[in-house]
Design a protein around this ligand. Sequence first.
Ligand code: PLP
Length: 490
Amino acid sequence: MKKLSNSVQSRAPLFDTLLSHAKRDVVSFHCPGHKNGRSVDKELKDYTGENVFKFDLTVFDEVDSLHDPVGPINKAQELMAQTYGVEHSLFLVNGTSVGNMAMFLAACNAEDSIIISRNSHKSVMAGIIMSGVWPIWIQPKIDQNLDLIFNSTYDQIKDALDRYPETKAVFITSPTYSGVVTELGKIVDMCHRRGKAVLVDEAHGSHLHFNKQFPESAVDAGADLCVQSTHKTLSAMSQGSVLHFNSKLIDFNRVKKIVSMLQTTSPNYLILATLDLARRQAFLHGEENFDRVIKIAEWGRSCINDNIHLMKCFTRQEIRKFGFDLDVTKLTVNVTKTGLSGYEIENILVKEYNIQLDYADLFNLVAIMGEGSAKSDVEAFVKALENISKKYRGKQKNWILRIPSLATEMVMRPRDVFLSNNTKKVSLKKAIGHVAAQALTPYPPGIPVVIPGERITSEICDYLMDMSSKDIRVSGQETEKLKTVKVFTN
Ligand SMILES: Cc1ncc(COP(=O)(O)O)c(C=O)c1O
């Protein structure tokens, strides 16, 4: 990490401005209507206090404008960029979701093609539709022992670039939800040698830059554009994300314009202030804070692996054998041997132990740790899992994580199908050969199995019918059970 000045990074220009404004109790004739919290519901204020609402302001000179920043927001964004060692950073108030959409629109023109791993967040589909690109899908690799879906590898991306040299950019998700990180440095070098921009959804990796023990972050690997959910692992409030720009291939003015097009003109200043403060905290204390979090995460991982023989939490060494790396602060616990699903254990954890996870599926629980995590949290989690493994035992199930072949034929651009009126519903059985006009995403595996514009194969139909018969929830289904799929009609 480049040596930056502590005295400069100790500043929080946006927060300081907002705090000074709040303390002056300025008479408000501006939005929002609650007027410095005065009319906010009493029950809420009795719990939170009134001061927090004094940060809920609107755009005026003193507090600056997110869309054309020249004051404290500009300074805060500059400090963010310095911290991460990138050319520019833009604050986002609609999470990484809006950042993903912006990356597509900024890096590609309509009709361009872009290489994307199929295991991407749903906002990626929104970006594809909005930008009018042709997606070139990479089939994610899976491991049926760990019940895990991996991100794209260097070899897969190289192979796709060899086959589709006309592609404009490569879109990568790293880390995955489970903290698995791909070989970004190598991938970025290879793409740049070929003049291709690299866009990274690093929603789960805003903290990686701040501790040497972590795998390399996308910003350090030299990604052209990278978006991070500062709210997921650092201390920003929900919705607070950052889009980093570091590119000779993409025009920054276009990025700024697109981000502005996609964001509200009434950003929440409290969210913006927490981005400023999260950066300051991570810069000043990230190394020590994450030393602590890594230590407690590894302690929890060993307790689970040593003491709970029906559960398994994969290690960094194991993930490295697959050619990936791991952010160890994600505890992914495989529960298939208990005979209970991840969903069932997630429910037990809430009802009996007052513990809420971020994610669970049939096979795994995913416990996400962040800068605020404490050892007592991990102790409670491990103890609860120990108790659950003694108290509950389900029938051994024959669940196997599998996905059909998803490197499918794109017949139309997703945008054209999405905006078309020429669609009809057909029964799943009769959908083979049709061009899909909707996305269908079963959970698990949580990745889209059908995408608008692609030819539906018999393998995909069989897969969906199997999912439906097992009562697996399919996002996008329009009836109680998945029976039909929307297709394009000429
Ligand atoms: C990989 C990935 N990308 C993007 C997002 C969206 O991020 P946000 O919630 O900040 O909009 C998520 C959310 O869970 C995610 O897991």
